[in-house]
Design a protein around this ligand. Structure first.
Ligand code: 13P
Length: 340
């Protein structure tokens, strides 16, 4: 394992003023997103939408890396340049989602386990040849009256650690993503407890599997109230609770942290990241690895219509720019009203 190279890539992924675009929606997920704007999910539409995102002018000022889906990794722009080559040429690191999605965890109602370890070393070697330099695996933890169970947390953490070790062996930086879902009526305190337990277990397993922490990026949820909670904690509290929870459970050696947005609105996701980056003595770079919170407005402005590609790109560059400011602790809510 070339630890120096892994650490160099991980550092570039969370460099000042830049963050990660999660554009790795599986075919099923992108179909749902397209349905929401009345667009058909054909292979060429999916390719065209990804081309809109990746050819947005000045993208590399704000975006350090893009997470791709297997299909997208093999696709090219209309003029024939492979997306991986385009991104690499722009100085943006291409990454690849390698998990196989979630399945019900037997004997544990309402809990899921992430699949995809079978054959992963060989796939990882192929992805490296195709140009990917980092990967993503998402574990999902659900909060409910009697869940998550310890078994669900431990089983998912073990898989995350095995995945991370396989990545590093192929000289690919693992994004380790244990997502505690926002869905539910739970309080921010309950999210704090569960997120702490999950992070503690994940880092225990990462250590057991001898994963090099300097050569990985953590992608956690923020500590936040459930989406259906009767009272939702304010932004200051979310930022404070998130940083406190991370400080308690994430080793300083970890190269960087890039949050998922997980159902937060675009402006909430920017504001929370900004408030954290205004704090002093942060042990790691804190940035974004957003999917929905970077793409929502862009997808609506595009609407699946070729004539609206530029409108989509304008919305996307606005979100990328505002999150880049949030990465630096320089975001201002007044900027939300500025034209795209
Ligand atoms: P969201 O920001 O929409 O949660 O997506 C990020 C991601 O990559 C989830 O795996």
């Amino acid at each position: 394992m070339n630890q120096t190279e892994l650490a160099r890539i991980a550092k570039a992924m969370t460099a000042p003023g830049r963050g990660i675009l999660a554009a790795d929606e599986s075919t099923g997920t992108i179909k749902k997103r397209f349905e929401s704007i009345g667009a058909e999910s054909t292979e060429d539409n999916r390719r065209g939408y990804r081309e809109l995102l990746f050819t947005t002018p000045a993208l590399a000022e704000w975006i350090s890396g893009v997470i791709l889906y297997d299909e997208t990794l093999r696709q090219a722009t209309k003029s024939g340049e492979r997306f991986v080559d385009l991104l690499t040429r722009l100085g943006i690191v291409p990454g690849i989602k390698v998990d196989g999605g979630t399945k019900p965890l037997p004997n544990f109602p309402n809990e899921v386990i992430t699949e995809g370890l079978d054959g992963l070393p060989a796939r990882m070697a192929d992805y490296h040849k195709l140009g990917a330099r980092f990967a993503k695996w998402r574990a999902v933890i659900t909060i409910g009256p009697d869940i998550p169970s310890t078994t669900c947390i431990e089983a998912n953490a073990e898989l995350l650690a095995r995945y991370a070790a396989i990545c590093q062996q192929a000289e690919i930086v693992p994004i380790v993503e244990p997502e505690v879902l926002m869905d539910g009526t739970h309080s921010i305190e309950r999210c704090d407890d569960v997120t702490g337990q999950v992070l503690a277990t994940v880092f225990d397993r990462l250590r057991a599997h001898r994963v090099c922490l300097e050569g990985m990026v953590l992608k956690p949820n923020m500590v936040i109230s459930g989406l259906q909670a009767s009272h939702r904690a304010g932004a200051e509290l979310v930022a404070e609770a998130t940083v406190r929870c991370l400080k308690r459970h994430v080793p300083v050696a970890v190269s960087g942290i890039a949050f998922l947005s997980g159902g937060q609105s675009e402006s909430e996701a920017s504001q929370h990241l900004d408030l954290m980056n205004r704090m002093e003595d942060l042990p790691w770079p804190l940035t974004f690895s957003y999917g929905r919170a970077l793409q929502h407005s862009a997808l609506e402005a595009w609407g699946g219509v070729a004539a609206q590609v530029h409108a989509g790109q304008r919305e996307f560059s606005k979100r990328a720019r505002l999150n880049s400011l949030a990465r630096l602790g320089r975001y201002d809510r007044a900027l939300e009203k500025s034209p795209a």
